[in-house]
Design a protein around this ligand. Structure first.
Ligand code: ARG
Length: 390
């Protein structure tokens, strides 16, 4: 008999996993992470206990998620394949870190999760656990159990009296946290099908969004968002406020075919209203304060950083090392960005910073110009020299 710490959500898969692990003779302790998915945690806890778990841990990880995962990704401009702000991918290593921690506290020898064998999340959980404690055994019931369909799972749940919601099949598979929602399966599996209105969880469609734009000012300090319209907010409040405002204006939707780590392409819909607003603000401020070489170099780092998050390599040495680089670039990323939200678009309309490298007297085409245009002739001659024939 092993003691197993299971990443538990209260859904069909993990509820069946509790019983399945018990059938195999194990003691099961459930771990529930609050990453801002907005669930009824007390209800899930009760369900875990009545489903046979010997103990249920619920941990509010929202602040740590924002400070130590979301904001580093924001500062790095980590976006996978140009469209995905990585909400789900960022949450997994954090959950895994606590699975390992609880395993140590409970002297458990194994951890378990409810991921399938086709997705990225199994990789993220397991690689993280491997990095943090390679001795822990990992059990992935869904990958190995005998049920071939959802119906067989429900049948098993009913037979074993596992508490589940036997409503009719949910049309989509969802993963939510405070940074975004990931939506897949059902009719979305046909990449030619336009996402039905009902698949979106948070955002208004641009058509339904208000006909009048809203303006807002985001103030950042060393790359971290601190104020909205001059008012300070705590991290969670700030993200929540932007999530609501962005949702009203239809901000942050994406429809994507992505390359999964396990080699297949999949279609996913994402909503990341707060993330989209904050990435826009952050990028616009960087454009003002980073010099050209640093800005161009950092864009390459962003691609790698996003890939590492997507691949579950959050705790790799490379990600940590890149983080030191990113941190250094943020020293002057302080200032205010003015944005306009209107029918699905988040556009910049103004920016200012005490560290601005923009010099109007050099850029202007009006009076007051101090740019010495005569110098350009020699500059261009020498700049073009390597490319001209003798
Ligand atoms: N494709 C995304 C990723 O790998 C999200 C995975 C979970 N999606 C879901 N709808 N349950 O990060």
């Amino acid at each position: 008999m092993k003691k197993v710490i299971l990443a538990y959500s209260g859904g069909l898969d993990t509820s069946c996993a509790v019983q399945w692990l018990k059938d195999k003779g194990h003691e099961v302790i459930c771990f529930i992470a609050d990453l801002g998915q907005g669930e009824d945690f007390e209800r899930i806890e009760k369900r875990g206990l009545s489903g046979g778990a010997s103990k249920v841990y619920i941990k509010d990880l929202r602040k740590e998620f924002a400070d130590d995962f979301i904001f580093p990704a924001l500062k790095a401009h980590a976006i996978y394949e140009g469209k995905y702000l990585l909400a789900t991918a960022l949450g997994r290593p954090l959950i895994a870190k606590y699975l390992v921690e609880v395993a140590h506290k409970e002297k458990a020898s194994a951890i378990a999760h409810g991921c399938t064998g086709k997705g990225n999340d199994q990789v993220r959980f397991e690689v993280t656990a491997q990095i943090l404690d390679s001795k822990l055994e990992i059990i992935a019931p869904v990958r190995v159990w005998e049920f071939k369909s959802r119906e067989e799972e429900i049948e098993y749940a009913l037979k074993k009296k596992i508490p589940i919601d036997v409503t009719k099949k949910k049309p989509y598979s969802l993963d939510k946290n405070l940074w975004g929602v990931s939506i897949e399966s059902g009719v979305l599996e046909n990449p030619w099908t336009e996402p039905p209105k009902d698949c979106y969880q948070w955002t208004n469609s641009p058509e339904e969004a208000p006909g009048k734009p809203v303006y807002l000012e985001i103030e950042l300090e060393k790359g971290i968002p601190k104020k909205i319209n001059g008012k300070s907010y705590g991290v969670l409040e700030l993200i929540d406020k932007l999530c609501n405002l962005g949702s009203i204006h239809g901000i942050g939707r994406s429809d994507m075919i992505e390359n999964r780590l396990v080699g297949i392409k999949s279609r996913e819909i994402y909503e990341a209203p707060a993330g989209t607003i904050l990435y826009t603000a952050h990028k616009e401020l960087e454009a003002l304060v980073l010099d050209r070489e640093l800005a161009h170099y950092k864009a390459g780092i962003s691609l790698k950083y996003a890939e590492l998050i997507y691949y579950g390599l959050w705790y790799s040495k490379l990600r940590r090392a890149l983080d030191k680089f990113i941190e250094k670039t943020q020293e002057t990323v302080s200032g205010v960005v003015r944005l306009k939200l209107y029918k699905g678009n988040c556009t910049v309309v103004g920016r200012k910073s005490p560290y601005s490298l923009y010099q109007e007297k050099l850029a202007t085409y009006s009076k007051g110009d101090i740019f010495d245009q005569k110098l350009s002739e020699g500059f261009i001659r020498i700049f073009g020299m390597p490319f001209s024939r003798p």
